[in-house]
Design a protein around this ligand. Structure first.
Ligand SMILES: NC(=O)c1ccc[n+]([C@@H]2O[C@H](COP(=O)([O-])OP(=O)(O)OC[C@H]3O[C@@H](n4cnc5c(N)ncnc54)[C@H](OP(=O)(O)O)[C@@H]3O)[C@@H](O)[C@H]2O)c1
Ligand SMILES: *[C@@H]1O[C@H](CO)[C@@H](O)[C@H](O)[C@H]1NC(C)=O
Length: 319
């Protein structure tokens, strides 16, 4: 009996250790580029990974613009960041990525008010049901299309600064993503169905778009000194699953408490792509655990990446 218990205990401990060395692993950013005098835009910087990223960059002396949809939440985050870092150079600008009008309004305001942009961190994201103001599926619309338009409208300012970077939060979930252009043309969404588990499929599809977007953007940036990266932040305890069904929350929550990373740890790979010098030749690549990672062929398919770019341009009214 005692032997069996011991064996069981060893198996549980071994399983736990294996998980914390693989899926739930973390790594620390060692990049230390100077940020004084530099300006950063972080979408969804009011909570989770975005807030932890903003805090670190503010501590390093960057001017940080939190591009968020809710002023109350953004102001609370700014107060926290100011208190922890002493920085008074963190500001809110309204941005709702579920509205082209809001994105255009944000970029107009930003370009008028801010003379430079060094880092654009496309961090906001969600798993949810619904549609954007312009009728797109919310995950495709916010996680991919909104960031696509935002990046396009800010690209010139990034080029002016010299050495600018675009970092887009993807996820290891991109591996389960698919892109069905025919369905997209009909539904204005990549993903169907109102069940909570179907939101996850649409989420994976949108995260695959994040990788393909970065892959294509890097090509289009060749010859400039702006570079771009996509990131899997790790599996992190945030508000990301706030819109999923109750039973899913009941499953996720205990595992999250036991194994998920804290947002501070979840920000490390984004920070690596922001602060590590000498990674410019890796532009277009996908990073996790503060290192470049191989992606499956589907996430770096030249033809699909190009098509997604062209379709996205058309959908946002850029072509
Ligand atoms: N957590 C993980 O384990 C994990 C794993 C892989 C990838 N990621 C990626 O990491 C990124 C950050 O997620 P998180 O885990 O930190 O989630 P989170 O805590 O839910 O934060 C998401 C942020 O996105 C913002 N947002 C959502 N819809 C928006 C919109 N229409 N316009 C502007 N902002 C919007 C949210 O604003 P509100 O607070 O106002 O809603 C919030 O600030 C996401 O792209 C996610 O896909 C996370
Ligand atoms: C903004 O966030 C606050 C605090 O969480 C919430 O009470 C409020 O309803 C939100 N506003 C909008 C427009 O969603």
């Amino acid at each position: 009996m005692f032997g069996v218990l011991l064996l069981l205990g060893a198996a549980v401990l071994g399983g736990y250790m294996l998980l914390t060395q693989t899926v739930f692993r973390s790594a620390r950013c060692r990049g230390n580029a100077a940020m004084g005098g530099k300006t950063v835009v972080i979408t969804g910087g009011n909570t989770g990974i975005g807030k932890a990223t903003a805090l670190h960059l503010a501590r390093k002396g960057a001017r940080v613009v939190l591009a968020c949809r809710n002023r109350t939440k953004a102001d609370a985050a700014i107060a926290d960041i100011q208190q922890e870092t002493g920085s008074s150079d963190v500001v809110y600008m309204h941005l709702d990525l579920a509205s082209f009008k809001s994105i255009r309004c944000f970029t107009e305001t930003f370009l008028k008010a801010e003379s430079r942009l060094d880092l654009l961190i496309n961090n906001a994201g969600l798993v949810a049901d619904g549609r954007t103001e312009d009728g797109f599926g919310i995950e495709f619309g916010v996680n991919h299309l909104g960031h696509f338009l935002l990046t396009r409208l800010l690209l010139e300012r990034l080029k002016e600064a010299g050495g600018g970077r675009v970092i887009t939060l993807s996820s290891m979930a991109h591996r389960w993503g698919h892109i069905d252009f025919e369905a997209l043309a009909v539904d204005k969404h990549l993903g169907t169905g109102g069940y909570s588990w179907q939101f996850w499929q649409a989420y994976c599809n949108s995260k695959l778009c994040n990788n393909l977007f970065t892959h294509e953007l890097a090509k289009r940036l060749r010859g400039t000194d702006v570079t771009c990266y996509s990131v899997h932040p790790g599996v992190v305890r945030t508000e990301l699953s706030r819109y999923v069904g109750l039973w899913q929350k009941l499953i996720i929550e205990p595992i999250a408490r036991l194994l998920f990373l804290e947002p501070e740890a979840g920000a490390q790979t984004t920070l690596h792509c922001a602060l590590q010098e000498g990674i410019e030749h890796l532009s277009g690549s996908y990073f996790s655990f503060c290192a470049v990672q191989e992606v499956c062929a589907r996430a770096r398919d030249d033809a699909v990446a190009r098509k997604l770019w062209e379709v996205s341009e058309r959908l946002c009214g850029l072509s």
